[in-house]
Write a protein that binds this ligand. Structure first.
Ligand code: NAD
Ligand code: DAU
Length: 357
């Protein structure tokens, strides 16, 4: 990749940490990564344990808030940032319904601050913005989201992401900032915060706790293994046309209840217990404004840049369940809250913009 100094925002979160590991391990990137993360409840430096030592001088961490323009200006100048890969966001739909303020602040104002810092930086090469298929709203039983689908976000989360997408697009049109945007479907894999469906169900199944399924359990998501998402981002950053948007998906549409049942069966197989975990399935009240179905048409990305997912849902889910089984200390520290005491000891108080439940 043609970058010397990449600023990755939100690199201590789920997808950002997978992306940093993968980029540094790959053969085609020789530059330096500066990870800017404010360490909200979703940011965990343990996700990048050992990386600074494994890549001396090539991985640097700055605890900073993207809502702080002067901190961003200083970081851009200090590290001569030429590329931004922007993951940092409040990412959980249920939290956005309970308390939208931090979503508006980080996802909209934070993106604006980063765009301003990029626009005024010398020798700037690319701003890649990571976004979501949720900006398109909900599908019925037929059809797919394409890059031409009109925006129709239904939650405060997706509305804030839609707003940030528009800002990025506008900075390309108005100021000629070199940008790319990707809108991706649901990710799963290692290091996902256990509030999201798949890790929550795996850990609750292991602990023999109820497995909450919203509404009738028939909502559909299009699932993508996180390594495939990271590879798609790298491909777009390297070869994507500037000013363009690319959809990313897995061709893996699943009803929620089918996923929960698959996880129960995998946990039964890999960590046998007295009875089937399926007995723990508990239907609960639906999410307000719950989008019914997402499905992505990624033929633009495949046709123009040659990307397609490598992992099937069955193999990716098995790998993922195995990872959570083998990394119980990681999830125990999160579920007990111990990770936050450790972060406070290392880095000081948590920021105000963390999204409390
Ligand atoms: P995550 O919640 O796991 O991580 C978000 C990270 O951003 C955390 O490390 C957090 O500390 C950091 N952060 C939050 N507010 C910040 C701020 N004000 N300043 C600096 N850092 C801040 O999120 P994720 O699931 O890894 O998602 C990453 C990106 O990908 C988001 O932009 C999200 O909208 C997008 N996305 C996610 C998915 C998915 O399935 N998870 C799918 C498509 C797109
Ligand atoms: O589509 C991309 C989006 O996927 C990303 O932009 C978001 O950042 C990411 O959080 C994810 O959003 P979802 O709302 O689809 O993911 P979540 O894991 O929260 O829920 C997946 C589905 O499972 C959804 O239909 C709601 C349902 N669900 C979720 C939880 C947490 C349940 O039935 N029970 C649960 O306990």
């Amino acid at each position: 990749m043609d970058s010397d100094n990449i600023l990755v925002t939100g690199g201590c979160g789920f997808i950002g940490s997978n992306f940093i590991r993968r980029l540094l391990a790959g053969a085609d990137f020789h530059g330096r990564i500066v990870n800017v993360d404010s360490l909200t409840y979703a940011g965990n430096p343990e996700n990048l344990h050992g990386i600074a030592e494994a890549y001396p001088g090539r991985y640097l961490f700055e605890k900073a808030d993207i809502c702080d323009p002067s901190a961003l200006q200083a970081i851009f100048a200090q590290y001569r940032i030429d590329t931004v890969c922007h993951f940092a966001a409040e990412s959980h739909v249920d939290r956005s319904i309970k308390r939208p303020d931090s979503f508006i602040r980080t996802n909209i104002m934070g993106t604006f601050n980063l765009l301003e810092a990029s626009r005024t930086a010398g020798g700037f090469r690319l701003f890649h913005h990571i976004s979501t298929d949720e900006v398109y709203g909900s599908l019925g039983s037929e059809g797919y989201f394409t890059e031409e689908t009109p925006y129709r976000p239904n939650s405060p989360y997706s509305a804030s992401k839609a707003s940030s997408d528009h800002l990025v697009r506008a900075y390309h049109e108005t100021y000629g900032l070199p940008t790319t945007i990707s809108n991706c479907s649901n990710n799963y894999g290692p290091y996902q915060f256990p509030e999201k469906l798949i890790p929550l169900i795996v850990l609750n199944a292991l602990e023999e706790k109820p497995l909450p399924v919203y509404g009738d359990g028939r909502n559909v998501r299009d699932w993508l293994y996180v390594a495939d998402h990271c590879e798609a981002i790298r491909t777009i950053m390297e070869k994507g046309r500037r000013g363009e948007t690319y959809n990313i998906g897995g061709h893996a549409e699943m009803e929620n209840i089918a996923i929960v049942e698959m996880i129960c069966d995998l946990v039964d197989e890999l960590a046998p217990a007295a009875g089937s975990r399926r007995r723990l399935i508990t239907y609960v009240a639906d999410r307000p404004g719950h989008d019914r179905r997402y499905a992505i048409d990624f033929s633009k990305l495949h046709g123009e840049l040659g990307w397609s997912p490598a992992e099937s849902f069955a193999s990716g889910l098995r790998k993922t369940v195995r990872w959570y089984l083998e990394n119980r200390a990681w999830s125990d520290r999160i579920r007990s809250g111990a990770y936050q005491s450790w972060i406070r000891e290392q880095y000081g108080e948590q920021p105000d913009c963390s999204s409390e439940e």
